[in-house]
Ligand binder design. Structure first.
Ligand SMILES: Cc1cc2nc3c(=O)[nH]c(=O)nc-3n(C[C@H](O)[C@H](O)[C@H](O)COP(=O)(O)O)c2cc1C
Length: 228
């Protein structure tokens, strides 16, 4: 499907038909999700494809029993996990050995990333350093807190979510992203730890004729696009 057609085809579907979704559709969409741009290529995301009927039923309940989850054929939970840097940073160090890669990469993944993603106890020190240096030259003011790191990882996971949904649309199926869920309960179902954040639950299926509320409603472009 043409890219712009796919973008227009994707809608948030609140009611699906009973038609099963071939697992290849989900696999292909997951492959597309994993190709999303992400912060420092640390790939701090996880995708839980919930297949066990018991877990699925519990997940629907945790999604407040909303139609987009209740009638879905498949449910995927997109999660951010900053601690994945411990696995991905050393691997990037090993594999980024092309002559085109900047020479600072060793310092970046070997020293800076562990300080930014770990060492959370030193958050006020990081804040102070960034803001002192920032008085004299441009410097990234964040991430200094673990909340900032969460934000970085959530941005990447959100981009992966969009790749996933567009890939579902390109294959003629439908989806709905959801943040209407009880995060504590979802984390319990998936046995997630303290640093994980549940970014989105994405449902997939074939849209029911009544699954869409109407035309795609967007406001005037000049409300949002500022040319300065
Ligand atoms: C982060 C996020 C959370 C959302 N959560 C829900 C949700 O819990 N339930 C739901 O029915 N739709 C949810 N939506 C879908 C939006 O309501 C929908 O994208 C918006 O109304 C625009 O409609 P469209 O996607 O069909 O263009 C969510 C969308 C995003 C991006």
């Amino acid at each position: 499907m043409d890219f712009f057609e796919t973008v227009k085809r994707r809608r948030s579907v609140r009611r699906y038909t009973q038609e099963p979704v071939p697992s290849t559709v989900i696999e292909t969409a997951l492959d597309a999700a994993l190709l999303a741009p992400n912060s420092s290529n640390l790939q701090t995301w996880e995708f839980y494809w919930v297949q066990s009927p018991d877990k699925k039923a519990a997940l629907v309940k945790s999604c407040l029993n909303q139609g987009a989850a209740r009638t879905a054929q498949e449910l995927i939970v997109v999660v951010s996990n900053p601690n994945l840097y411990k696995k991905t940073a050393p691997e990037l160090l090993k594999r980024l050995n092309s002559p085109n890669a900047p020479k600072e990469i060793g310092f970046y993944y070997g020293k800076l990333v562990p300080v930014l993603y770990g060492w959370t106890i030193l958050a006020p020190v990081k804040w102070l350093i960034f803001n002192l240096v920032g008085l004299f030259r441009p410097i990234m003011r964040r991430p200094w807190s673990s909340r900032d790191i969460d934000e970085v990882c959530i941005k990447s996971a959100a981009l992966a979510s969009e790749n996933f949904m567009l890939a579902v649309a390109a294959q003629g199926y439908d989806s709905c992203p959801m943040e209407g869920f009880d995060e504590c309960r979802v984390k319990r179902i998936l046995r997630l730890g303290y640093r994980h954040r549940v970014v989105m639950v994405i449902s997939v299926g074939r849209r029911d004729p009544k699954g869409i509320w109407g035309e795609q409603l967007r406001f005037s472009k000049d409300w949002f696009v500022k040319r300065i």
